[in-house]
Design a binder for this molecule. Structure first.
Ligand SMILES: C[S@@+](CC[C@H](N)C(=O)[O-])C[C@H]1O[C@@H](n2cnc3c(N)ncnc32)[C@H](O)[C@@H]1O
Length: 268
């Protein structure tokens, strides 16, 4: 298991424990940054992200395959709106939370989208911040197999020339691949990066103004109170703590490297 997977599971657990909803996506801030950059504001913006996503689902959709379903929070809210869903996600931790939340009637599959194999078909495939985990060509080919009508993607793409990280493709490569496969046409494609960015303002603030200084003080206190044991702890955790204590500037780096888009594809 990669560190990024564990981190995602942990963040989702926090969203569940702190906010009650369990959304594992960024926040959406159409009115700009909050007056107080707090975790509570972030929880509300995650709900606004869901509301924006739900408002984009076209008329006539009844069944949805929720790809990368996280803790099942989107699925639960969509089910309450009358949609019928199946969920899939490779994380057993997240799926356990989703099953607890969804109960009977909404299957949750322990599998990647690439490996998903089912005779079922759905009106729409939904990718809520999960598209970038999957290479472009297989993601679109699998969507063409399962989505009989639409595909909704609310996620980020690497900017042209942006240095490589976990995101699999640029928006240009995505548009080209859609055209190349020829199954879908793009009916909506909005750049919402500006409205996502305050997420990082809040996360940077929480880390740089609160968690970082707290950890630095705790570290110093432990050194004084338990010099031997703290030296031992530093051997194992010192580097990770040093990394965490470096101030983060994701608000700047995210926008330089990524664009966040809301995209609706329709079978052509
Ligand atoms: C950032 S979370 C978003 C979760 C959820 N959609 C939400 O909006 O709260 C990304 C999700 O994609 C899942 N994921 C990662 N790789 C995947 C893959 N290859 N196929 C399907 N889902 C994947 C993760 O396990 C996680 O559930």
């Amino acid at each position: 298991m990669k560190f990024k997977d564990t981190q995602l599971d942990f963040e989702a657990l926090l969203a569940e424990a702190v906010f009650g909803h369990g959304f594992a996506h960024y926040g959406y801030w159409p009115e700009g940054p909050p007056e107080t950059p707090s975790a509570e504001a972030l929880g509300r913006a995650q709900q606004a992200y869901f509301d924006k996503l739900a408002a984009t689902i076209p008329e006539g959709i009844e069944t949805i395959l929720d790809v990368g379903s996280g803790t099942g929070a989107n699925a639960r809210a969509l089910r309450a709106m009358g949609y019928r869903l199946e969920c899939l996600c490779p994380s057993e931790q997240l799926n356990a939370m989703a099953r607890a939340k969804l109960g009977e009637g909404t299957p949750v599959h322990d599998v990647t989208f690439e490996a998903f194999d089912s005779p079922k078909r759905f009106d729409m495939c939904l990718f809520a911040e999960s598209f970038h985990y999957i290479a472009l060509a297989p993601a679109l080919a699998q969507a063409a197999r399962y989505a009989q009508s639409h595909v909704l993607i609310f996620d980020y793409f690497r900017r042209d020339g942006g240095s490589g990280d976990e995101t699999r493709g640029t928006h240009r490569a995505f548009v080209d691949e859609v055209a190349h496969q020829g199954v879908f046409e793009i009916v909506q494609d909005d750049d919402l990066t500006e409205a996502i960015l305050p997420t990082f303002l809040v996360l940077d603030h929480l880390k740089n103004a609160h968690f970082g200084p707290f950890l630095a003080r705790l570290r110093a206190d432990l050194r004084t109170a338990y010099p031997l044991r703290s030296r031992l702890a530093e051997v194992f955790l010192g580097r990770a703590m040093d990394r965490f204590l470096r101030p983060s500037r994701r608000e700047q780096t995210f926008a330089a490297r990524h664009e966040y888009r809301l995209i609706l594809l329709r079978r052509s």
